[in-house]
Each structure stands twice: as structure tokens, then as C-alpha cells.
Design a protein around this ligand. Structure first.
Ligand SMILES: [Mg+2]
Length: 385
């Protein structure tokens, strides 16, 4: 089973201007421009009613005033924008396996793996409907198998729309679009492409890569790859992690296996939570023992790819049981998960594994909302942290 990445890109429409309309409904339907009020100020956001006149963000205020003299110019309200951004980020972060804010009004989510429990598109649609219902703010989104295609899809869906580019159709879908739609392509680069006879993303797809590289250097390489619409996980491209772990140094050295098991349980919970919120699976568990004399040992065991606390804990407990003699007390105990992957690979899924995953998802959502310490296994409580 190969795993298609599901990347969701969300972008609030004319965010600052939309918040201003929310604050003052009398502005609805009118050209609203945020920023550009001072002598040399630039437009930071403008409503779609203002865009009709050719106004866009980053435009000097005097130019915007010339194009649309009847517009309502506002200074901006950073506190209100921050409030709504946090509100929405909080909601989305709690709902998805991996979240990353690209800016105050633009977010990426990696829904990969979720398709085993929810259909990603209806899930995303519901999330978007809820954001709109709860905040009253328009937001657009695109779902695709890569960041680039998802972001372009959002752009196509605007204003206040949604678009899904199903896996396998990316290159075909991109082909007729102008090259300027590729995120990261600057004006000068686009001009160079057009000069080479490359007008659409399809033209770019067909163009020999060495020619592009020779002409545009690294940018040519980057744009050509973006144009192909290859699938790409948010997790692997954003965060290449080799391992993750937690350890605990004790106030007094501990030799008691029961107490060490309690600490181990907490450490595994912390690692498991981190693993899942980053959309990862692991296949190696390592314990680290540091003794009172500062010598240390590590013991590891390879297992089938997992992200389950239960499986990791079982492995960790068995390592502790077999490798820790109890004769020399420990000064520190550590757990490390490695051989990380962002797909579950060939993992076979049994019903109980699915239920466990759903349980983890619910637990992780609570932890993301109320803090990692809000939910602990009873067996780890006596660890004291
Ligand atoms: Mg926006």
C-alpha cells in the first residue's frame, strides 16, 4: 500500500479587511482598504469590492486612492487580527494530525493517514464550514497531494471557495494554468520563462530540465519540479527528523523497577504524542540508562512500524525488564524513538489497531488543546510528573 499524501492549504480571504467588516457590518459590500493611510503607507489588505478597481496588497496608498477614491481606508487593528488568527489556528491544529502556520492567515495541514478513518475531502469541507460558522470569516482551501498544488488550488478557489485536486490528476490539472500561478515564481522569473516560450505550467512540464537549469539556475530546477505536481508530504519536506525522545534525571537515584516503569510510561506517552502530532511512525525503541557513576548504556529493539503508545510501551517495558538488573540504581532514564517515517508502509490494519488509533487521535486532540499533561495513563501517574 503506497500512501498518498493529503495536504490541505487554507487561506483566509482578504483577512484584515474581512475582520474589519466583521467588526463593523456597515462596511459589508463596500471597498475596504486596510493600510495605506499614511503618506507613504502601503495597502496591507483590501476587500474584493476594492480589488475590482485594481487595488491589491503592497500597493502604495496614494495609488490605491487614485484607483478607488470612494474606498474606506482603515489603519488596521492588529489585536483583532491576532485574536481571530489564534482562534482559527487553535481549532484547526486540534483537528488535524500535522499543522503548520505559514503566516497569520495561511495554514498547511497534513491529513496523510487520515483516509483510513475519514474521507479527507468531506473532513476538510466540514472543518471549513465550521470555521466560517464560528468566526463569520471567509476562508478558501485546496486539498491535493502536495503543498504546491494545494496552494494553487486555494488560489483558484478564491474567494470563499474550496477545491480538491484528486491524486493522479495533478499534472493534468496544472497544465493549462499560467506559469505565474506557481508559488515562489517572481516577476522576473516569469518574464524569463515567457521569453523562452513557456506560458503555461504544461509548457514548463514539457521543457527539458537541463535547459531550464542552465537558464535559471536553481530556480529552474525548483519551478520545474513544482510544475510536475509530484506528491510530497508536508512532514518530510518541512521536518526531517531522525529520532525523537525524552529523558528524566532523578533527584535521587532509583533502583526500584516499579518506579522506573512508571517513569517509563510517562516518557513513552510524551514520545508517542509527539510522534503522532508530527504525523510520524517509528520502528525502533531505545532505552538509555545512566548510572550514578555517570556511565551509561543504551538498549534498542526494532519493531514493525507503529505510532501506538501500547506497542511502544510494551517494547520499552520488556527492554527495561530484561536489560535493567536492578543492582546499580539509575540516575537517568530515557526513551528514544527512531527509524521514523511519515507513512505507515505495509502495516496491516486490524480492527483493534484502528480503534486504538482513534483513541490516540482523541487523546492527542485533548492534549493539544489543554496541554500534554492533561491526560496521563494511570500507570504513569506515580512517576510524579
Ligand atoms: Mg489570505
Amino acid at each position: 500500500m503506497t500512501h498518498t499524501p493529503y495536504i490541505l492549504h487554507m487561506d483566509l480571504d482578504a483577512f484584515f479587511a474581512s475582520v474589519e467588516v466583521l467588526k463593523n457590518p456597515a462596511l459589508r459590500g463596500k471597498p475596504v482598504i486596510v493600510g495605506g493611510t499614511g503618506r507613504r503607507g502601503v495597502v496591507t489588505s483590501c476587500s474584493y469590492e476594492a480589488r475590482v478597481y485594481g487595488v491589491h496588497s503592497a500597493m502604495p496608498g496614494h495609488q490605491a486612492r487614485k484607483l478607488c477614491p470612494q474606498a474606506i481606508f482603515l489603519k488596521g487593528d492588529g489585536a483583532a487580527y491576532g485574536h481571530f488568527s489564534r482562534l482559527i489556528q487553535h481549532k484547526v491544529r486540534a483537528a488535524v494530525p500535522f499543522f503548520r502556520a505559514a503566516s497569520i492567515d495561511e495554514f498547511y495541514c497534513d491529513l496523510t493517514g487520515m483516509e483510513r478513518f475519514h474521507d479527507p475531502w468531506p473532513f476538510a469541507q466540514k472543518l471549513r464550514r465550521e470555521i466560517i460558522a464560528e468566526t463569520g470569516l471567509p476562508i478558501s482551501m485546496g486539498l491535493a497531494s502536495s503543498k504546491t498544488v494545494a496552494k494553487i488550488a486555494t488560489g483558484m478557489a478564491k474567494p470563499n471557495g474550496e477545491l480538491w485536486v484528486p491524486p493522479g490528476t495533478e499534472a493534468r490539472w496544472l497544465a493549462p494554468l499560467p506559469v505565474g500561478e506557481i508559488p515562489g515564481a517572481g516577476k522576473r522569473t516569469i518574464a524569463a520563462l515567457v521569453h523562452m516560450g513557456i506560458h503555461t505550467i504544461g509548457d514548463l512540464q514539457q521543457h527539458p530540465l537541463p535547459v531550464l537549469e542552465k537558464r535559471l539556475g536553481k530556480m529552474g530546477y525548483v519551478l520545474w519540479h513544482k510544475a510536475q505536481g509530484y506528491p510530497g508530504s508536508l512532514v518530510t519536506t518541512e521536518r526531517v527528523r531522525k529520532s525523537l525522545g525524552h529523558e528524566r534525571t532523578f533527584m535521587e537515584d532509583i533502583a526500584d523497577k516499579k518506579r522506573l516503569t512508571a517513569v517509563l510510561t510517562r516518557l513513552v506517552e510524551k514520545c508517542g504524542h509527539e510522534l503522532r502530532t508530527q504525523g510520524l511512525w517509528c520502528s525502533c525503541v531505545t532505552l538509555k540508562f545512566r548510572y550514578a557513576d555517570f556511565t551509561y548504556q543504551t538498549h534498542q529493539q526494532h519493531i514493525a512500524l507503529t505510532r501506538s503508545d501500547e506497542v511502544i510501551l510494551q517494547t520499552a517495558k520488556s527492554l527495561l525488564a530484561h536489560r535493567f538488573s536492578g543492582r546499580k540504581p539509575l540516575r537517568l532514564l530515557g526513551v528514544r524513538l527512531s527509524d521514523l517515517q511519515d507513512t505507515p508502509g505495509q502495516q496491516s490494519l486490524f480492527e483493534d489497531a484502528m480503534h486504538q488509533e482513534q483513541l490516540h487521535r482523541a487523546m492527542d486532540a485533548i492534549k493539544l488543546k489543554y496541554g500534554e499533561k492533561s491526560l496521563k495513563r494511570a500507570s504513569g501517574l506515580e512517576s510524579g510528573y
